[in-house]
Design a protein around this ligand. Structure first.
Ligand SMILES: Nc1nc2c(ncn2[C@@H]2O[C@H](COP(=O)(O)OP(=O)(O)OP(=O)(O)O)[C@@H](O)[C@H]2O)c(=O)[nH]1
Ligand SMILES: [Mg+2]
Length: 206
């Protein structure tokens, strides 16, 4: 099906974009989300830019009925926009019964630079479920060296998951929440330990 025929929101699989800096827990969250969606009999395609610490075994995923499209060869934001667009278009054209497209870009990517490629495939900004995974063990890095990237990421996010609760104290969690609220008052934040489970609340959001 040509994606021109997919103009209605209800006809296009939502894109869940897992944004977040290197090592924040994006792949861990992607895997939990797949588990949850597959238990609900949803058909998902997964686009991953890079395989980090938590590996995704493509063959295993394919055996489970998932399409894993790896955009290897660099940061999707600067070198592979065309490929991302082509990949999303390919999914829309060739897989009519998809319920979701899950996309994990490289932790180096500024999500702002990924939107044009997705929107060129017919998506509106509000159709991109951008979950920003916030690693509170790296607050200092977010505040200093990654300030611009952090601002852009929070401004685009539909919600924030403050992850790795098991590794930080209460005051670090509060600082993390405050950092989000300073940029986007009212933006929904979920606090969790993704190594264990998706919180029930987020489960309902997705
Ligand atoms: N202690 C703890 N570790 C976590 C949690 N969530 C993820 N991790 C660990 O953090 C590391 C990085 O997790 P990933 O899911 O690979 O992070 P990522 O954002 O996909 O990383 P890149 O793709 O390399 O940017 C792994 O060792 C995870 O097991 C958590 O809630 N608590
Ligand atoms: Mg990853």
């Amino acid at each position: 099906m040509c994606n021109k025929n997919r103009e209605l929101l209800s006809d296009r699989p939502p894109v869940i974009l897992f944004s977040g800096f290197l090592g924040s827990g994006k792949t861990t969250m992607l895997l939990k989300t797949i588990e949850m969606l597959s238990a609900a009999d949803k058909k998902c395609a997964i686009i991953i830019n890079e395989i980090g610490e938590v590996g995704i075994d493509n063959r295993q995923m394919r055996m489970m009925g998932y399409d894993v499209l790896d955009l290897f060869g660099g940061c999707v934001c600067c070198t592979m926009k065309v490929t991302l667009e082509a990949t999303v278009n390919h999914l829309l054209e060739d897989y009519e019964d998809l319920d979701y497209i899950l996309f994990e870009p490289s932790g180096m990517a500024n999500p702002l630079s990924l939107y044009p490629a997705i929107m060129n495939c017919g998506y509106r900004e509000e159709e991109i479920q951008n979950v920003f995974v916030f690693d509170p063990t790296r607050i200092a890095l977010y505040q200093k060296r990654m300030n611009q990237l952090f601002n852009d990421s929070i401004n685009l996010a539909k919600c924030v998951v403050i992850n790795k609760l098991d590794q930080v104290n209460q005051s670090e969690i509060e600082t993390a929440v405050k950092m989000v609220e300073t940029i986007r008052p009212g933006l929904k934040t979920y606090k969790m330990n993704l190594n264990e489970a998706l919180s029930q609340e987020l489960h309902q959001y997705l």
